[in-house]
Design a binder for this molecule. Structure first.
Ligand code: 3UK
Length: 508
């Protein structure tokens, strides 16, 4: 009863999009933005044109398309157009920098890069860096112009449920991002097990995700869940703030809103001085990092709606342990989503006694089957059908799962991965810095942000001016959310006998 039945050969575009036209939803809005509304029949047609344009560009089934695209209808056209033609779309985080994209282009071996013109400043240097190895590339506007001339009819390329469908890149604590390869079945499983069976999403729901589509969380919230049930998705390409999110809720009247704790904290602060109309919402969801219990209570007080915290991952595709509308406990991640299994294991791989903490492993029908080109990482993370989450958890006496931290040094900042090593390397690139260590520290909202502990070449340089300069250097070089919010100067860093920084000694 918990698993999801699929035909032996199919193409996921049919149940997610084409089906709705045949079932009388052709005129219904699939997507709404401030600029346009796209109906299901227009979407189905644009997806066909996109698939034909991708094939015409020389991509063949199995080839990768790197799509660095903001939240807009063209994201849907490219993603589903590729899948319908058997091409594998890879939508990375759009906040990254040229070296990250150069790596992904090379690692994925993609045959084409399509990017929103806003990202030209990072994509063009990335491709330049690759020289003769760079694949063809074009902006979304150029692609759309080509699409307009392509045929609006496309036969879906059939595949098995286990066949590769799309990838999502996930960052690690050391080393480069890993491409998690997802199969055709995976979006069906998350939409059904979490979207339909936990959230009760249906065709009358209007979904609005502040988390962007490039994030596995946003991809489910803002695209696959609404399409699976013939509902409507609201898209906004701007950086989400309390103002943009509240005004979108007032304008489009969504029934489900999806955010991350950092944004809920900013929204709660804004609600202290202004009244906003959030009465259209029947449910709110939070993921990406743990939602403090106090924020749950304040949101309920201010809005009358509860926030369902749930933990998901890029590898699992969406939420696998979550609170439910009729079964929740603030300050916990909730209980395993029916259809997913969770185990907390000790360092020998044996289950811990109930109430003890250990490493969380999950069994997920929606799990990526492997990382592209990374057999060792695959073997560490995906073992006999179980996924190592890298998180430490404990189960309380009533079966609610409580997050206790990461087992590596990785930080979640605003719900997005942040590697301390990457920030340290950036700081060391500044001429005043000798050594640096980065750890997570909680801010006044109890949410984790990066803090840097720095050893200077000239200790006398320490001061507010240098702190500003180092923060500016990080903001310029790294994805903007990764800069250290605090910088402390010390004469030396704690190290192991082999010279490894002991970050645990610096956490405060
Ligand atoms: C952490 C949480 C505590 C945890 C994601 C929902 O975040 C998502 O995917 P990522 O691959 O990161 C996964 C890691 O993030 N985490 C996520 N949610 C929570 N920790 N409480 C939470 N509620 O360390 C996990 O291993 O970026 C979230 C849906 C899809 C996703 N990809």
């Amino acid at each position: 009863a918990h698993s999801v039945e699929l035909p032996t050969r199919f193409n996921v575009v049919v149940p997610f999009i084409d089906r709705h036209v045949g079932e009388g939803r052709g005129a219904k809005a699939a997507i709404r933005t401030a600029q346009e509304t796209v109906s299901y029949s227009e979407l189905a047609e644009q997806v066909n044109r996109a698939g034909n344009a991708l094939l015409a560009s020389g991509l063949a089934p199995g080839d990768r398309l790197l799509m660095v695209v903001k939240d807009c209808p063209a994201f849907f056209y490219l993603f589903w157009g590729a899948i319908k033609a058997g091409i594998v779309p890879v939508p990375p985080n759009t906040l990254l920098r040229a070296p990250d994209y150069a790596y992904m282009v090379e690692d994925s071996g993609c045959g084409l890069v399509v990017y929103s013109s806003e990202f030209t400043v990072e994509i063009v240097p990335a491709l330049k860096q690759l020289g003769a190895k760079a694949p063809q590339s074009m902006t979304v506007d150029t692609f759309l112009a080509g699409m307009a001339k392509a045929s609006s009819v496309l036969e879906p390329r059939l595949a098995a449920p286990e066949d590769d469908c799309f990838w999502l890149y996930s960052s690690g604590s050391t080393g480069r991002p890993k491409g998690a390869v997802h199969a055709q079945r995976d979006m069906v499983v998350t939409s059904e097990l979490y979207g339909v069976r936990v959230l009760g999403i249906g065709e009358n729901d209007i979904s609005y995700s502040a988390a962007k589509l490039f994030f596995a969380y946003g991809l489910g919230n803002g695209m696959t869940f609404p399409l699976w049930v013939g509902g409507t998705a609201i898209l906004d390409d701007r950086r989400p703030t309390p103002d943009t999110t509240f005004s979108n809720i007032e304008t489009f009247k969504p029934t489900i809103y999806y955010g991350v704790p950092t944004l809920y904290a900013a929204q709660l602060a804004a609600l202290e001085t202004q009244k906003r109309d959030l009465s259209s919402l029947r449910a709110c969801v939070s993921a990406g990092e743990a939602l403090p219990g106090d924020m749950f209570r304040r949101w309920k007080e201010q809005t009358g709606t509860i926030i369902l915290d749930g933990i998901g991952s890029t590898e699992a595709l969406h939420i696998f342990i979550g609170n439910r509308l009729d079964d929740y406990r603030p300050g916990t991640s909730g209980k395993p989503v029916p259809g997913y299994e969770a185990r907390i294991l000790d360092e020998n791989g044996d289950p811990v006694a109930k109430g003890e903490s250990g490493r969380l492993w999950i069994k997920a029908e929606s799990a990526a089957r492997y990382y592209w080109n990374k057999p060792e990482k695959t073997a560490e993370t995906m073992v006999n059908g179980w996924l190592n989450t890298g998180d430490t958890y404990r189960e309380d006496e009533d079966g609610y799962f409580i997050y206790e931290g990461r087992s590596d040094d990785m930080l979640k900042v605003g719900g997005i991965w942040c590697s301390p090593v990457e920030i340290e390397n950036c700081l060391i690139g500044h001429p005043a810095v000798l050594e640096a260590a980065v750890v997570g520290q909680t801010d006044e909202q109890s949410l984790i942000k990066p803090k840097a502990i720095v050893v200077l070449k000239q200790p006398g340089d320490a001061g507010a001016a240098l702190t500003d300069a180092l923060m500016a250097h990080c903001k310029r070089t790294l994805a903007p959310y990764k800069y250290p919010r605090w910088i402390e100067y010390v004469p030396e860093l704690p190290k192991t006998a082999t010279g490894k920084i002991q970050r645990f000694k610096l956490r405060g």
